[in-house]
Design a protein around this ligand. Structure first.
Ligand SMILES: [Zn+2]
Length: 215
């Protein structure tokens, strides 16, 4: 199987997995994988439950459309995350219910939106930035995403949903799923008295890279 075909198959497998488990719905969510000088990304208006390998779009490092159908209107921020995180090669974005619900809450710490409730959240997600609301596809989100992506593998877009990056698609999916799972726990605990990990406990389990990666 060619490298291109292999990457396309992996994107489709991830898309099916997200859709089949209810982590994305309708025609929401998008996935990208970088290899070589190009980025494969799910096309605009695609349902992740039915999109096929031949349907994927190809964009360059700046998000410019190169081949295939028009890319998702959110493809530009995938390109930005990949630019700012040169060691990462995959980005997953969804409107998953629990993360999206948390993204609508008032009063969160914009630098640390969900407390470190579990060690796995601390290790995989770390401090989660909550970025200001922008309408879908609004290029105004570009600068906030660029700034936040440098030091964080996962971001939460206000009144929208999560974005997760990883060295490969499996890692990006793991991070997104950890975020979604912890968002659910966070909501279950609303009105109760959770005891997050202390700073010492959080530091002891390690955290994702907080400095810009090197290629
Ligand atoms: Zn979106």
């Amino acid at each position: 199987m060619s490298t291109d075909r292999l990457h396309r198959e992996r994107v489709i497998a991830a898309a099916r997995s997200l859709y089949d488990r209810g982590l994305t719905h309708g025609r929401t969510g998008n996935i990208s994988v970088r290899y070589g000088e190009q980025i494969l990304v799910t096309p605009t208006g695609a349902c992740l439950g039915t999109v096929r390998p031949g349907d994927l779009s190809v964009v360059d490092a700046d998000g410019n459309h190169l081949a295939g159908p028009p890319p998702s209107k959110e493809a530009f921020f995938h390109a930005i995350v990949l630019r700012e995180r040169p060691s990462d090669n995959a980005v997953v974005h969804t409107h998953s219910a629990h993360s999206a619900a948390v993204s609508c809450l008032d009063g969160l710490d914009p630098d640390d939106a969900i407390p470190p409730l579990t060690a796995y959240f601390a290790m995989r997600v770390g401090r989660l930035p909550l970025l200001p609301y922008h309408p879908p596809g609004d290029p105004g989100i570009a600068e906030p995403i660029a700034r936040a992506a440098v030091g964080h593998p996962a971001l939460l877009l206000a009144n929208h949903g999560p974005v997760a990056a990883g060295t490969n698609l499996d890692t990006a999916m793991d991070t997104l799923e950890e975020l979604e799972h912890t968002a659910e726990i966070f909501l279950l605990l609303r009105g109760l008295s959770p005891r997050p990990l202390t700073d010492r406990q959080r530091d002891a389990v390690g955290s994702p890279p907080t400095r810009r990666n090197t290629p």
